[in-house]
Design a protein around this ligand. Structure first.
Ligand code: ZN
Ligand code: ZN
Length: 438
C-alpha cells in the first residue's frame, strides 16, 4: 500500500517510541483507512442494510473470485512464479486481486518475497516473532522503518505489462473492483445497490483481507510442522478453509526452500527457483486455488505448472519425523552406553557371581539382575540358573524369545562389558594361544 521512504540524515518515526504526542505520525493512514476504518464503517452500515439472498450469494461468489485473485494471482503466479498464465487469466487475476484491496501486485509480491527470504528475522516484513497481531495487520497500520526493509528483486514483475498497469492505476482499480463493480452487479441485476456496496463490496473485501492476514499470522502460529520445525510456518485445515487452500503453510515455505536448494541459486530472483503451484499435496486436502490453476491448464489458459519431486518432498517429511523420534528417544533411559561401561575379564565375572552378585552375561554385556529376580515373568528359577553364565542363547530364544520391551529393560541393567566379548570368545582366545584352535 503506501510507501515510506527514508528521509536522509533524519531519524525515522518508527525509531521513536509511540507517545500521546506522536502516535498519529506512527500510523500509516492510507493502510489504516483501507484495512480498518472502511471495514468498520461497513460493519456499522450493515446494521442499517437488509441482506438479500441474491446479494449474499453474489458476495460469496465474489469473495471466492477476489480471494483467488490473491491466492492464485498475487501469491502463486506473481510472487512465486509457480506457473505461467496467458493474458486473459492475468488480466482477470489483476482485476479481481485488486478487488481484494490489499495493495498492488508489485507491492504485495515484493513484501512476500522478502517474507520467504527472511522468514522470522528483522527483515521479514510480517515476522510473527514481533507478535501475532503485528504479523496479522499491525505491520501495515504502523509506519515501517525503511532501514530494516528486506530487499527483493522484482525485475520480472516490472516486465509484465499487466502488473505495471495495475500498479499505476491502483487507486481506480480498488475503487472499481473493490466497491463499484460488486455494487453495479447487485444494482443492475436485482436492484440492490446499497446491499451490493455494503455486503458484496466493503464487507466482502474486509473478509478477504482478514483471510490473507491470517496466512501471515495464524499460519505461522497454529498447526503442525510436518516438513520442518526450524521456522514458524505451520499447516492447519482451519487456515486452509478461510484462505482457499493457503493454510498448508509449512509445506509451502519448505518446498520453496527445496526449490531454491535444487536450483543452487542464491539469487533473489524467484524466476531462477520458482515454487510449487500446490499448497496442499494430498488430493483430499482443501486447496481450491490449486484446483482452479489445474482447470485453467486443462482449458489451455495456464501452463508450466511447477511441482517439486514427490520423492524429495517425502524425504523432507521423513527427516522431520526422524528428528521428532530422536527427540523422544533422547528423553528415555536406554542404559549406560556400551563404550562407557567398565571392561571386565571373564574370570572376574565368574568370581563376582560366585561371591553373591546376581550377574548374567548376555551378548558380551554383563547385567546386574539382582533387583529383577523376583519380578522376572519367566520365574525366579530360570533367571537364577543364568547367574554367572553366558545366557545369550537362553535370552535370544533358547528357552523363550524375549520381546523388544525385554531387550530394552535388560539394557537398563548393564554394568560391564566382557573383555573379548564372552565365554566363546575367551575359549577361542585361550585355545588359539595353546595352538589348539586357529
Ligand atoms: Zn508464499
Ligand atoms: Zn509465511
Amino acid at each position: 500500500m503506501a510507501k515510506t521512504e527514508p528521509s536522509a540524515g533524519k531519524q525515522h518515526i518508527s525509531e521513536e517510541p509511540i507517545t500521546l504526542g506522536n502516535w498519529y505520525q506512527h500510523v500509516n493512514w492510507i493502510n489504516t483507512t483501507l484495512i480498518l476504518i472502511v471495514p468498520v464503517g461497513g460493519i456499522v452500515a450493515a446494521f442499517y442494510t437488509q441482506l438479500r439472498a441474491l446479494t449474499a450469494a453474489w458476495a460469496l461468489l465474489y469473495y471466492f473470485w477476489t480471494g483467488l485473485g490473491v491466492t492464485a494471482g498475487y501469491h502463486r503466479l506473481w510472487a512465486h512464479r509457480s506457473y505461467e498464465a496467458g493474458l486473459p487469466i492475468r488480466i482477470f487475476l489483476a482485476c479481481v486481486g485488486g478487488g481484494a484491496v490489499q495493495g498492488s501486485i508489485r507491492w504485495w509480491s515484493s513484501k512476500h518475497r522478502a517474507h520467504h527470504r527472511w522468514t522470522d528475522t528483522v527483515k521479514d516484513p510480517y515476522s510473527v516473532m514481533k507478535g501475532l497481531w503485528y504479523s496479522h495487520f499491525m505491520w501495515m497500520v504502523l509506519n515501517q522503518n525503511p532501514k530494516t526493509k528486506g530487499r527483493t528483486d522484482i525485475s520480472d514483475l516490472n516486465e509484465d505489462p499487466v502488473v505495471v498497469w495495475q500498479h499505476k492505476n491502483y487507486g481506480s482499480v480498488i475503487l472499481f473492483f473493490g466497491m463499484l463493480f460488486p455494487m453495479l452487479v447487485a444494482g443492475l441485476g436485482w436492484g440492490d445497490w446499497k446491499g451490493g456496496l455494503v455486503y458484496a463490496g466493503i464487507l466482502r473485501f474486509s473478509f478477504v483481507q482478514q483471510a490473507t492476514f491470517c496466512v501471515n499470522s495464524l499460519a505461522h502460529w497454529l498447526g503442525e510442522q510436518p516438513f520442518d520445525d526450524r521456522n514458524s510456518p505451520r499447516d492447519h485445515v482451519v487456515t486452509a478453509l478461510i484462505t482457499l487452500g493457503e493454510g498448508y503453510h509449512n509445506f509451502h515455505h519448505e518446498v520453496r526452500r527445496f526449490f531454491s536448494l535444487a536450483f543452487t541459486s542464491h539469487s533473489l530472483n524467484p524466476n531462477k527457483f520458482p515454487s510449487d503451484y500446490r499448497n496442499a499435496i494430498e488430493w483430499w486436502q482443501y486447496d481450491p486455488t490449486k484446483w482452479s490453476i489445474w482447470v485453467w491448464k486443462q482449458l489451455g489458459l495456464a501452463s508450466n505448472l511447477k511441482q517439486f519431486r514427490a520423492n524429495e518432498i517425502e524425504k523432507g517429511r521423513v527427516q522431520q519425523l526422524q528428528k521428532k523420534l530422536d527427540q523422544k528417544r533422547s528423553k528415555l533411559d536406554w542404559g549406560v552406553p556400551l563404550d562407557q561401561l567398565p571392561v571386565v575379564d571373564w574370570d572376574d565375572f565368574i568370581a563376582e557371581s560366585q561371591s553373591g552378585k546376581a550377574l548374567v552375561a548376555i551378548a558380551g554385556v554383563i547385567h546386574d539382575v539382582s533387583k529383577f529376580i523376583t519380578e522376572h515373568p519367566g520365574g525366579k528359577t530360570l533367571i537364577s540358573s543364568a547367574i554367572g553364565k553366558d545366557a545369550t542363547a537362553m535370552f535370544n530364544g533358547g528357552v523363550y524369545t524375549h520381546s523388544n520391551a525385554a531387550h530394552n529393560l535388560l539394557s537398563s541393567m548393564r554394568v560391564g562389558v566382557i573383555r573379548g566379548g564372552g565365554e566363546v570368545e575367551i575359549w577361542r582366545h585361550q585355545n588359539s594361544q595353546k595352538g589348539l584352535y586357529t
